[in-house]
Design a protein around this ligand. Structure first.
Ligand code: DX5
Ligand code: ZN
Length: 220
């Protein structure tokens, strides 16, 4: 599977967001990763639906929306996404996650299912037919600048094996949190396909994003 990069927009300079998006376009970013938080599912609040819709208007890069929100099904219709975009929800955030994944797919948008570090992989097992992507959180969600969790490689490799065995060899695995070039390379070898790039690799003060993105790809 082709290895793809998804730039975490919460790590960009929010005072000039359209310039950052233009730079990410020039850098050949495959997705823009937008973190939506509610201050309850995770102890932080970052981007919201209006930003998602505004970004959608200014770029053709597909969006990769990561909802860290309780009962995300309440908000799915607030975003103007299309068939190239991914809307990712957390297993832990919703008792009826199967219904919510179906809701996303019925809207014609790709559905992603995210798991926090401690959540067993088996939680995905009966849901894979309703998913277009698996998101393995490699830090506890909520903040940039954290350290990779110790089980990240083992869990990514186990996720790849499980998806392959269930007949989903073509389903991408995304990894999110502390994806430095070194961690990206390790996780790529475990079967990760989409890499969320934040402060660990792409948004580095004084360094050109196109250069950082190219270095990251070359190092995979
Ligand atoms: C987590 C977010 C970002 C991302 C930032 O859901 O997508 O916080 O992890 O990247 P790092 O961890 O490199 O700062
Ligand atoms: Zn994220």
């Amino acid at each position: 599977m082709k290895k793809l990069i998804s730039a975490s927009l919460m790590c960009a300079d929010l005072t000039k967001i359209s310039e950052s998006v233009a730079q990410l376009e020039a850098a050949g970013t495959d997705y823009l990763h937008l973190d939506i938080m509610d201050g309850s599912f995770v102890p932080n609040i970052t981007l919201g639906f209006d930003i998602v819709n505004a970004i959608k208007e200014i770029t053709d890069i597909p969006l990769d929306v990561h909802m860290m929100v309780n009962e995300p099904g309440r908000f799915i219709d607030r975003m103007n996404l299309d068939k190239n975009d991914i809307l990712c929800v957390h297993y832990e955030s919703d008792i009826h996650i199967h219904r919510t994944l179906s809701q996303i797919k019925n809207k014609g948008v790709k559905a992603g299912l995210a798991l926090n570090p401690q959540t067993p992989l088996e939680c995905m097992e009966y849901l894979t037919d309703y998913m277009d992507m698996a998101l393995i959180m490699t830090v506890s969600p909520g903040f940039a600048g954290q350290k990779l969790f110790a089980g990240a490689e083992r869990k990514t490799a186990a996720a790849r094996k499980m998806l392959d065995e269930l007949g989903h060899a073509d389903m991408p695995i995304e990894v999110d949190g502390n994806i430095s070039p070194e961690n990206g390379r390790k996780l790529s070898r475990c079967g990760a396909d989409i890499f969320v790039l934040g402060t660990s690799s792409l948004f580095i003060k004084g360094k050109d994003m196109a250069e950082s993105a190219a270095e990251f790809r070359a190092n995979l």
